[in-house]
Write a protein that binds this ligand. Sequence first.
Ligand code: APR
Length: 311
Amino acid sequence: MPRPKISIIGAGNVGATTANLIAAKELGDIVLLDIIDGMPQGKALDLLESGPICGFDVDIKGTNTYEDTNNSDIVVITSGVPRKPGMSRDDLISINTKIVKEAAQNVAKHSPNAIIIVVTNPLDAMVFVAAHVSNFPKHRVMGMAGILDSTRFRTFIAKELNVSFEDVDAIVLGGHGDSMVPLPRYSTVNGIPIAEFLLQDKINLIAERTRKGGEEIVNLLKTGSAYYAPAAAVAEMVESILKDKKRILPCAAFCDKEYDVGGYFVGVPVKLGRKGVEKVIELKLTSEEEDTFVKSVEAVKSLVATTKKFL
Ligand code: APR
């Protein structure tokens, strides 16, 4: 049986780090595509040459042409411009809409049966662009954000409590922006709600740090945005899909009647398997959580409205 094929559009920080993690997990053959001549080829060869040491047997190819991505099982779109200090994710909208549009057109042409995972920001709007342009069934288009936001929440909880990362689970809903909705009620340490360990004030501080987690990294890096944790999140999604693990993970998925969203991609827990988004999991929310979620969805809607002007 041929190995699964994963193409990564944009061989920058997130794209190349994702390729590294996917190769290490031996999830399939990898194509790294970028507009910069030689750069994806160089990174792909360098990565391939780590294979004998790391012990993975997958092919990794760098390219500037979409023909090399033909018949991919999964296409990860990271092409675009990352933000710099002082920029919000939304400031990237005009330039990244054009870049993601071009990527999605090429996915539709060269890999009509692929599952698309969008990483480019502003995430919720860029997933809309990819779905709209590719015209793929909605369960085959999704965005990586929730796992990243949740892993930040999990990190801060684990560090605060000085417990193993392995035991901390957390859920973040909504858009991938300042209005995201960390859900402490559904966040646990080995099944025990975090409210058993932490006072509400501390939980609020951790939730706020999570909301601003991307900005914290941007301010430290000064030249770009986060990529280790985003790439790890993408690799987790690719693994759940290709191995048909059916993991329950927070992703930007199409919601119509679900959560009464009315036809937008927003962060919700989903079942991720070989078909893509196989189910949106609807959580019962308190009225306060519901209000925050609705506000977050409103922010996504206005972002999508702006994006449409650049399509
Ligand atoms: N086609 C292919 N690649 C492109 C195109 C295009 N039209 N336009 C830009 N790129 C490439 C750039 O050449 C660059 O190598 O996309 C890559 C982006 O990489 P980085 O600048 O390192 O950005 P990165 O940190 O990887 O972030 C990429 O993911 O998390 C989001 O906000 C982030 O939108 C940003 C995206």
